[in-house]
Structures are given as structure tokens and as C-alpha cells.
Design a binder for this molecule. Structure first.
Ligand code: 13P
Length: 204
């Protein structure tokens, strides 16, 4: 349905799958095989990106790339920045040689995803710059108050820092935890530099 609607609107689309959901669906090769089949059977001609969301290690991202994913997120945000950079750089080196783009996370997005619950820690401009300059990632997901899953009350997004990060980095910003963010805050996030919005819980 999403592919058909994007084809009708003639807009490119990113199909994202989390590591946990990929396992549930049978694995990375099953997913890329299925998408390739859909593109053919539905005569889809718009650009379609197949993206792995929150890849937890270099090995997982490598597996996804080898199976034909065209974009990966390496989420090493649970480690100290130095270790996050080391793992992210390894993924970037492997991915860029193969024409695959890489998203990474700074700070920590809270909430629950893939049965994993975590505390949030907001990103800083300094950490975003250090991660970008050390790895040359293609997009960045700075944790700025959004959480995965449903919100308890209103989401409290740090738009000021979002703008500062966007003004200082030459790559697109990603907003995770799209479910439950009211439209006016989504619009404000876009105005402050967000280019990709992840929505999972709502779709499920
Ligand atoms: P939600 O499940 O809150 O929409 O978050 C999706 C997400 O950020 C996936 O990375």
C-alpha cells in the first residue's frame, strides 16, 4: 500500500525495518527479496530505499548490506561516544565502499523498541559534530526528547538544540519516535531541520 501510494504521488520512499522485526520476518534476504518482488509486480519506478533501523552492531549492518539493503542505521548510542564513533566508522567504511548510506545516533532516545526499554539522554552539538567529523555519516539522529512507543503526556522536544545542530552540520537530521508527536510539533521539527521522521508503533 505504501509503495503504491508513493508511486501515485511520484515521491521516493524509505522502507525501514528494525533489527527485531527483520528477524521476525525471516531475515534480511527475505526482506530484500520481497521488496524486489513487489517493485516488479507493482511496476514501482520511484526510488525506493531499503533501510535497517537501529542496527546494533557492525556484523548486523554488514549482513543487511550484503543482503541488499541500501541504507543502514548503526545504533551504538548505548556506548560512550568514543566507542560509538569506533563502531560507526567501521560501518561507514564498509557501507560507503558499497554505495550504502549510514545513519547514526547521538545521545540516547528513550522508550521501548524491539522489547528494549531505555532511558533518554539528550544529544549536544559538540557530540554531534565529533561523531560527524570522525565518521562522515550521511544522516544523524540526535536524541532531543522524543521517545519510541507511546508518550506519557506531551512530547517535550528541544527545538532550539535541533536548530543549532542543523545549522552546524551539513547532513540531514532524523527524528525518531514519530508516533504520538502532534502535527504542529512535527511541522516545527521540519522547520528546525528534521528531514526524516521514523514512525513505527502507529504503523504496527
Ligand atoms: P515510534 O515507534 O515511536 O513511532 O518510533 C519509531 C522509531 O523511531 C523507529 O526508529
Amino acid at each position: 500500500y505504501i509503495l503504491e501510494e508513493c508511486q501515485n504521488l511520484n515521491i521516493p520512499v524509505i522502507l525501514g525495518v528494525s533489527e527485531g522485526a527483520a528477524k521476525y520476518m525471516g531475515g534480511f534476504n527475505t526482506i530484500t527479496g520481497m521488496v524486489k518482488g513487489l517493485l516488479k509486480d507493482l511496476n514501482i519506478t520511484i526510488p525506493v530505499c531499503i533501510h535497517i533501523d537501529h542496527g546494533s552492531s557492525f556484523e548486523v549492518c554488514k549482513k543487511a548490506i550484503d543482503a541488499g539493503f541500501t541504507s543502514v542505521m548503526i545504533d551504538a548510542s548505548r556506548y560512550e561516544l568514543k566507542e560509538n564513533i569506533k563502531i560507526t566508522k567501521e560501518v561507514v567504511d564498509y557501507a560507503h565502499e558499497r554505495g550504502v548510506s549510514v545513519e547514526a545516533e547521538v545521545g540516547h532516545i528513550g522508550g521501548t523498541e524491539d522489547n528494549h526499554t531505555s532511558q533518554e539522554t539528550n544529544a549536544t552539538l559538540e557530540d554531534c559534530l565529533t561523531l560527524y567529523n570522525s565518521t562522515k555519516i550521511d544522516s544523524i539522529a540526535p536524541a532531543l526528547g522524543s521517545v519510541h512507543g507511546f508518550y506519557k503526556g506531551e512530547p517535550n522536544l528541544d527545538f532550539a538544540t535541533m536548530k543549532i545542530i542543523n545549522d552546524n552540520l551539513p547532513i540531514p537530521l532524523v527524528l525518531h519516535g514519530g508516533t504520538g508527536i502532534p502535527n504542529e510539533k512535527i511541522e516545527k521539527a521540519i522547520k528546525n531541520g528534521i528531514s526524516k521522521i521514523n514512525i513505527n508503533t502507529d504503523l504496527q
